[in-house]
Design a protein around this ligand. Structure first.
Ligand SMILES: Cc1cc2nc3c(=O)[nH]c(=O)nc-3n(C[C@H](O)[C@H](O)[C@H](O)COP(=O)(O)O)c2cc1C
Length: 303
C-alpha cells in the first residue's frame, strides 16, 4: 500500500515531504547523509535571473524556538543553476521545484520563462521574501500586485505554477484568492515572518539587515492557522510549511488542509528530520485506517 504517494497539481510526489527553499541549497550538501530520492521533492534555493551576493553578514540569528535570517536571496543566477546544478539534481530521482524571485515584473517574467523552459517539474514563485530591498515581499502583500505578477508570469510558464505567500499580511485569504484568480496552479505557505533581535550590550540589531525572517518551531501555529484559512477559501492544492520539526506538525498542516508539506529550518538542526517525518506520517496514515494520506487532508473537525 502506498500510504504517502501524492499527486500535487499533476506532479507525482512519492511522499508529501519536500525540502523547503533556502534550507537545502541545491541539495549537494545532503548526499553525505542519505540519498535525496528519499524525499518527495526539493524546492531549490530562491533563484534570480542575475546572480546575487545576498546581504552582508551577520545574516542568521538564533531565537528561542527558531531562527531569524536575512540571507537576501544569495544565488548564482538562473543560467548557472540550469547549467551546473539542475543536471545533477535531475539525476537524484526526486521532484525538482525551481524557486523563482525577482525585482520587477519584467525581471520575474524573464526569470520564470528561463527556469520553466528548463527540466524542472514545477515553479514556486517567491513573492514573499522579506529580506530584499526591491521586489520580494512587496509583490506579495497587495491583491493588485499579486494579480499583476502572477498573470504576467503564468503566460510564460508551461509548468505548474505554485505561488508562495507571505504571512506578513493582515488577511492572507484575499491574497490567496488573487493568486488563484490570476492563474496560480497551487499555493505554498508560509514564508518567514519579519522579526528583529537586538544585542542589548551593544544596542545594535544582531542582523546587519536590522530585521530578518523568522522561521522554525515558533511559527507553526501561524502556518497551521493560515493553511486552514486558505483551504476554506480556494480549491488550489496547498503546500504547507513553517515550523515542521516532527511528523505531528506535518499532520497538523495536512489536517488543516495542506496536500503536501515543506521543511526548512528543522533540517539545519537535524538533516534526518524529513526522513523521520516521512516514517511518522506513513505510520499515522496506517493507524488512521486510511489508504492514502490525501484522505486526511483538510479533515480537521473545527469546534
Ligand atoms: C536560511 C533560510 C533561507 C530561505 N530562503 C528562501 C528562499 O530563497 N526562497 C523562499 O521562497 N523561501 C526561503 N526561505 C523560507 C523557507 O522556505 C520557509 O518558507 C520558511 O523558513 C518556513 O519554514 P520552516 O519553519 O520549516 O523553515 C528561507 C528560510 C531560511 C531559514
Amino acid at each position: 500500500m502506498n500510504f504517502l504517494e501524492t499527486v500535487f497539481c499533476g506532479v507525482t510526489l512519492k511522499n508529501p515531504v519536500v525540502a523547503a527553499s533556502g534550507a537545502y541549497g541545491f541539495g549537494r550538501d545532503y548526499t553525505d547523509f542519505y540519498a535525496l530520492e528519499a524525499l518527495g521533492g526539493i524546492s531549490c534555493k530562491g533563484t534570480t535571473f542575475a546572480p546575487r551576493l545576498g546581504n552582508p553578514p551577520p545574516r542568521i540569528a538564533e531565537t528561542a524556538a527558531g531562527i531569524l535570517n536575512s540571507v537576501g536571496l544569495q544565488n548564482p543566477g538562473a543560467a548557472h543553476f540550469i547549467e551546473y546544478d539542475l543536471p545533477w539534481l535531475r539525476a537524484q530521482n526526486t521532484v525538482i521545484i525551481a524557486n523563482a524571485a525577482g525585482s520587477s515584473v519584467e525581471d520575474y517574467v524573464e526569470n520564470v520563462a528561463l527556469l520553466a523552459a528548463a527540466d524542472v517539474d514545477m515553479i514556486e514563485l517567491n513573492i514573499s521574501c522579506p529580506n530584499v530591498k526591491e521586489g520580494g515581499v512587496a509583490f506579495g502583500t497587495s491583491c493588485a500586485s499579486v494579480e499583476k505578477i502572477v498573470s504576467a508570469v503564468k503566460k510564460v510558464c508551461p509548468k505548474p505554477l505554485m505561488v508562495k505567500l507571505s504571512p506578513n499580511v493582515t488577511n492572507i485569504v484575499p491574497i490567496a484568492q488573487a493568486a488563484e484568480a490570476a492563474g496560480a496552479d497551487a499555493l505554498s505557505l508560509i514564508n518567514t515572518l519579519t522579526g528583529m533581535k537586538i544585542d542589548v550590550a551593544h544596542r545594535r540589531p544582531i542582523l546587519h539587515n536590522n530585521t530578518g525572517g523568522l522561521s522554525g518551531a515558533a511559527v507553526l501555529p501561524i502556518a497551521v492557522r493560515m493553511v486552514w484559512e486558505v483551504r476554506r477559501a480556494t480549491q488550489l492544492p496547498i503546500m504547507g510549511m513553517g515550523g515542521v520539526t516532527q511528523w505531528q506538525n506535518a499532520a497538523e498542516l495536512i489536517l488543516a488542509g495542506a496536500n503536501a508539506i515543506q521543511m526548512g529550518t528543522a533540517i539545519f538542526a537535524d538533516p534526518y528530520a524529513p526522513l523521520k517525518v516521512i516514517y511518522g506520517l506513513a505510520e499515522w496514515v496506517e493507524r488512521e485506517g486510511c489508504n492514502n494520506i490525501s484522505e486526511l487532508s483538510g479533515q480537521v473537525r473545527p469546534w
